[in-house]
Write a protein that binds this ligand. Structure first.
Ligand code: AHR
Length: 496
């Protein structure tokens, strides 16, 4: 039996959790939109063609903001193709995923759908093949109340879209119209200025590097922010993780990479702040993150041109789900600087929700830690410094076998999220809670399975699900519980 401990003190505040940390992402890619959220003719479709069974799961998942419409897709997208009567909309060749885009769903349909699931849209503009004019027009279409050509075409109330992404992964050679840091910095700054002239109330996300491993990581952020600091609010970060070969220990520790990534982007943004004598801080929009078995994907160049192809429909194991839960711990730990997070993606495409055309929708294993963290991980993050055994990993060297974070809900009580990264050993967790008075009941929910490769499928949709464990011992200010091997855990303490 392993043993770990930490202390929770309400004065060790990291920062308030911005609910947008629990966002997600809908791209016009594969079956995320078509036969994912939208499937007219399905028995559960509403009058607009959106699947209500999927919408129910999205609400249960708890995503307050959803990024749209890409991803790589946005870099070749003409948003005007997706407005007006559906029968008149063009069928376009989408070069990002070599798919046929029917444009049945466009910005108006997406905004309506987002309202039904209680999410704010987070809109990306095309800075690959397009630029200032198309972006400015889209803000006018969405947010100007009326009396102008684009806003009158929309009709009805303005959408009031607050958060906008200035392109997507513009450093990536795979991106249509990808740019050098200088080229992007200039275009993003001027586009941001024009968009703000249309609606001064919007918040803007500049593209950071598309990954920490990009050769230009660091210098890209520095160049872009040096140019655009005053006109943007966030810089984006994207990260996908997968298990390489048999090296499960490294995979289970990949949140240490996310920690370092966040800290490096924060350091770069703060360096630019210091050099430019700026007052405001640029925060992070971690607007694509997940487990993605990218090494199994043959690449977009090898795709046949089809409508709604089955693309990157990764099936997540309980191990993958534990990693997703651990990545959420990393995001929470940095709640002072990471304000937006988007689990990529929402349905079918590397997603927590799967669907079958004409058939059911179900929860992947990764759905569970996300839904529970989004539901209960709201309030103020408290810093914890675990004392835990370490082990050696191939990718990250020595890493602790426990990762954990504490969240103090505004209504009182305490929620602990913890991962036992040991594949074989249970772990006793002792938590010193003497600084918190009035804590009473404790509930322990864990995601673990005797088979670390267990998955949920259409035939077995509930094979992997959270289970309630024995109530942890709460004796005065001391809490003690046992975390199963290879597990994600939530311990909830109530107050009063
Ligand atoms: O989420 C899948 C793809 O990953 C997105 O389109 C792109 O932004 C990233 O490279």
């Amino acid at each position: 039996m392993l043993n770990a401990s930490f202390t929770v003190d309400p004065s060790f505040r990291v920062g308030a959790v911005d609910p947008r940390l629990y966002g997600s992402f809908v791209e016009h890619m594969g079956r995320c939109v078509y036969s994912g959220i939208y499937e007219p003719g399905h028995a559960d479709a509403d009058g607009d063609g959106f699947r209500t069974d999927v919408a129910d799961l999205v609400r249960e998942l708890g995503v307050p903001i959803v990024r749209y419409p890409g991803g790589n897709f946005v870099s070749g997208y003409r948003w005007e193709d997706g407005i007006g009567p559906v029968r008149d909309r063009p069928r376009r060749l989408d070069l990002a995923w070599r798919s046929v885009e029917t444009n049945e769903v466009g910005v108006a349909e997406f905004v309506r759908w987002a309202a039904t699931v209680g999410a704010a849209p987070m809109m990306a503009v095309n800075l690959g093949t397009r630029g200032i004019e198309a972006a400015r027009d889209l803000v006018e279409f969405c947010n100007v109340p009326g009396g102008t050509a684009w806003s009158d075409l929309r009709g009805g109330d303005p959408y009031g879209i607050k958060v906008w992404c200035l392109g997507n992964e513009m450093d990536g050679p795979w991106q249509i119209g990808h740019k050098t840091a200088h080229e992007y910095a200039r275009l993003a700054s001027e586009t941001a200025r024009a968009m703000r002239q249309v609606d001064p109330g919007i918040e803007l996300v500049a593209c950071g590097s598309s990954g920490r491993a990009m050769p230009t990581f660091g210098s890209w952020e520095a160049t872009v922010l040096a140019e655009a600091y005053d006109v943007v609010d966030y810089v984006s970060a994207h990260a996908y993780y997968e298990q390489h070969g048999d090296d499960r220990d490294s995979f289970l520790a990949c949140a240490t990479d996310m920690d370092q990534f966040i800290e490096e982007v924060v350091a770069t943004a703060d360096h630019v702040r210091a050099v430019g004598r700026h007052r405001k801080r640029i925060n992070i929009s971690f607007d694509e993150w997940n487990v993605w078995y990218l090494s199994r994907f043959a690449g977009e160049k090898n795709l046949d041109i089809r409508e709604r192809p089955r693309l990157i429909e990764d099936v997540y194991s309980v191990t993958d789900a534990v990693v997703v839960g651990n990545l959420l711990i990393s995001l929470l730990r940095h709640a002072d600087r990471v304000k937006i997070g988007c689990l990529a993606q929402l349905v079918n495409v590397i997603a927590p929700i799967m669907t079958e055309p004409g058939g059911p929708a179900w929860r992947q294993a990764s759905f569970h830690p996300f839904a529970l963290t989004s539901t209960y991980g709201r309030g103020t993050v408290l810093r914890v410094e675990p004392v835990a055994p370490c082990h050696e990993t191939g990718a990250y060297g020595q890493v602790p076998l426990l990762d954990a974070v504490a969240v103090r809900p505004d209504e009182g009580g305490l929620v602990l999220f913890a991962v036992n990264r040991s594949q074989t050993e249970p772990m006793t967790l002792d938590v010193d809670l003497r600084a918190l008075t009035g804590l009473t009941g404790a509930e322990h929910v864990a995601l673990a399975h005797e088979d670390p490769d267990a998955v949920n499928t259409m035939a077995q949709p509930d094979r992997v699900r959270p289970r309630r464990l024995d109530e942890p011992k709460l004796d005065g200010g001391a809490l003690s519980s046992v975390l199963p091997p290879l597990s994600w855990n939530m311990i909830r303490l109530t107050e009063g």
